[in-house]
Design a protein around this ligand. Structure first.
Ligand SMILES: [Mn+2]
Length: 268
């Protein structure tokens, strides 16, 4: 029996990931594991988390790691400095900090080539049955399946914005289009405009105190790196979706605490 386990933003919280998998009695050769993205940054063990995921794959695990905005930052860095990185050079600390965050240099110095490969292979979304997994959100102007966004040979700027939006957006214009970077007026949460056309959308990116179930969307970034919890959405064949979580061992990231939700959703 294959279970689908979708894991929220890990952000280098490897101990919590291991605890969560233990709690779920994860079976590497039976369960399908999907990450909503952002395995790296903020928490203590980004590079080690990539290595852990690679080990699961080596052990025959079916693992899908959807690309998050922090993963994308590392990939952009890689494309810019790939020659230096391949030569084993260490890019200057300030450059890494500016680009990747405070622990950028130590993370990339620990990353092996297979860890970069894991990042390079990340899809922007994953679809199975009635679930679509992506990191950020979905513009309601997107009519093709999110995974087909990359099919076109030549990208218009609109298409580029749509692709980026899968990893980054939180809000949309009322007509469902993707706002410009500094635009703030009259925007609405993307979840309010999503009409369920790709089934349930399971996403991360927006740290909240509880699983955020709204319309046809389920947000599972429960802010582990901010000292809250790491959550997995579980789908067993022929059964309801439910979620499990473990508490964070510490408050890792120097950022504001997660947004408190007015209610706590329990099951779909
Ligand atoms: Mn994140």
């Amino acid at each position: 029996m294959t279970r689908l386990l979708v894991i929220g933003d890990v952000h280098g919280c490897l101990i919590e990931l291991e605890n969560l998998l233990r709690k779920l009695r994860y079976q590497v050769q039976q369960d399908k594991l999907v990450f909503v993205g952002d395995l790296l940054n903020k928490g203590p063990s980004g590079a080690e988390t990539l290595s852990f995921v690679n080990d699961l794959k080596d052990d025959g695990g079916e693992v899908i790691y959807v690309r998050g905005n922090h993963d994308e930052k590392y990939l952009q860095f890689y494309h810019q400095f790939s020659k230096r990185l391949r030569n084993g050079e260490k890019p200057p600390r300030r450059l890494c900090q500016g680009w990747l965050g405070p622990d950028g240099q130590s993370t990339i110095s620990k990353m092996k080539s297979r860890d970069w490969r894991l990042l390079l292979e990340t899809p922007l979304s994953f679809q199975t049955g009635n679930l679509t997994v992506l990191h950020g959100g979905l513009s309601s102007k997107i009519h093709c399946k999110p995974k087909h966004l990359l099919d076109s040979k030549s990208f218009t700027s609109k298409r580029r914005a749509e692709i980026k939006s899968l990893m980054y957006i939180r809000k949309l214009r009322k007509d469902g289009s993707v706002p410009n970077q500094n635009e703030t007026r009259g925007l609405v949460p993307w979840q309010d405009l999503y009409d369920g056309r790709f089934g349930w959308v399971v996403y991360g990116h927006q740290p909240t105190s509880h699983v955020h179930h709204r319309g046809h969307t389920i947000g599972i970034d429960t802010a582990c790196c901010y000292g809250n919890r790491l959550t997995a959405l579980v789908q067993e064949p022929g059964s309801q979706i439910y979620w499990e979580s473990v508490s964070a061992r510490s408050y890792y990231a120097n950022c504001p605490p997660p947004k408190r939700l007015k209610y706590a959703a329990t099951a779909v």
